[in-house]
Design a protein. Structure first.
Length: 317
């Protein structure tokens, strides 16, 4: 039976578009990875890692014995050196993975005249920088559906190669998977998907008790709606378009709808104990990386808190 010409044309167009996206990404990656490494180096300098005491095999430190502890915990050889009793602590080594998902869908390839960088570029810079910082702190980093968790020092290169050679559809939300309870999930997107889909995805990823962070990356024009006169708005992920005769008359309704959409996302993240951060691409990427880094680990009952504090959950970075 002969193949349907229409289906063949659709498949050809999809392959052409995917190839074009890969070439464009490959061209921009050197700049993005360089910026990500610069941000990571700035943040890592002077910060402590995520090491903490626990049931590992590697020695971490000696500390004074505390009254009420079991005598078997005393390291008698070390204690014999002076008049104090010491406990030998091991480094905490429970497997911890950070899953990072940067949205690479067509809506992310947008930059208004107010900025010089697309939302996609910003999402990738943040993803790369965060991965570098996490690996430096002894964590493993993975990309849902694309890259298995790794603690490799060249994690940025591995991520870049995974993105370049990804033949799949550029989805707005991560694929369904089951992160472990000790995992953290970082979702970087503009989150313009229908609120029902966003809620469903967050609920699915949190069902295994993994902690998560929802990072909305937006162009300043998407917040301020600085349009006047007759404007045609194109759907970046479909063939549709809408024409406004006087775009400025849409502004108030647009802003109200934007605030309602964000309030619904925030309600879901607050309910599940996840964090929600808004980031505009006219702000430095380092602000968001620092704010996110401050939250990593806060959702787990390890008694550990990162040494840096950023703005409150839900605020813009």
């Amino acid at each position: 039976m002969a193949a349907d010409p229409r289906a063949r044309n659709i498949e050809t167009e999809a392959l052409r578009r995917a190839s074009s996206q890969s070439r464009s990404l490959a061209d921009s990656l050197p700049r993005l990875t360089l910026e990500a490494r610069r941000i990571a180096a700035t943040i890592v300098h002077g910060l402590h890692g995520r090491r903490r005491a626990g049931s590992g095999e590697n020695f971490w430190q000696y500390r004074h014995f505390t009254s009420g502890e079991a005598a078997r915990r005393v390291d008698w050889r070390r204690s014999a050196r002076d008049d104090h009793l010491y406990v030998r602590e091991q480094e905490w080594e429970a497997a911890h993975t950070v899953w990072i998902w940067p949205d690479r869908s067509p809506s992310m390839v947008f930059a208004s005249p107010l900025v010089w960088e697309t939302k996609l570029d910003r999402a990738l810079i943040i993803a790369f920088a965060l991965a570098e910082i996490m690996v430096e702190g002894g964590e493993r980093v993975g990309i849902p559906g694309l890259m298995r968790p790794t603690a490799s020092r060249n994690v940025i290169d591995k991520m870049a190669q995974a993105f370049i050679h990804d033949p799949g559809e550029r989805a707005s939300l991560p694929p369904a998977f089951a992160p472990s309870p000790l995992s953290e999930v970082v979702m970087l997107s503009d989150f313009w998907s229908p609120i029902g889909e966003v809620r469903e995805k967050i609920a699915q990823l949190s069902s295994s008790r993994a902690h998560g962070h929802v990072l909305q990356i937006v162009d300043p024009a998407e917040e301020t709606f600085p349009y006047h006169g007759r404007i045609e708005f194109l759907d970046p992920e479909g063939p549709g378009s809408v024409t406004a005769g006087r775009a400025e008359t849409w502004r108030d309704d647009y802003v109200k709808r934007l605030e309602r959409h964000r309030a619904e996302i925030r309600a879901e993240t607050d309910h599940l104990g996840w964090s929600f951060i808004i980031h505009r691409t006219d702000r430095p990427a380092s602000e968001l990386v620092l704010a996110l880094h401050a939250r990593m680990g806060e959702g787990h009952d390890t008694g550990y808190r990162m040494p840096v504090r950023g703005p409150a959950s839900g605020s813009a970075a």
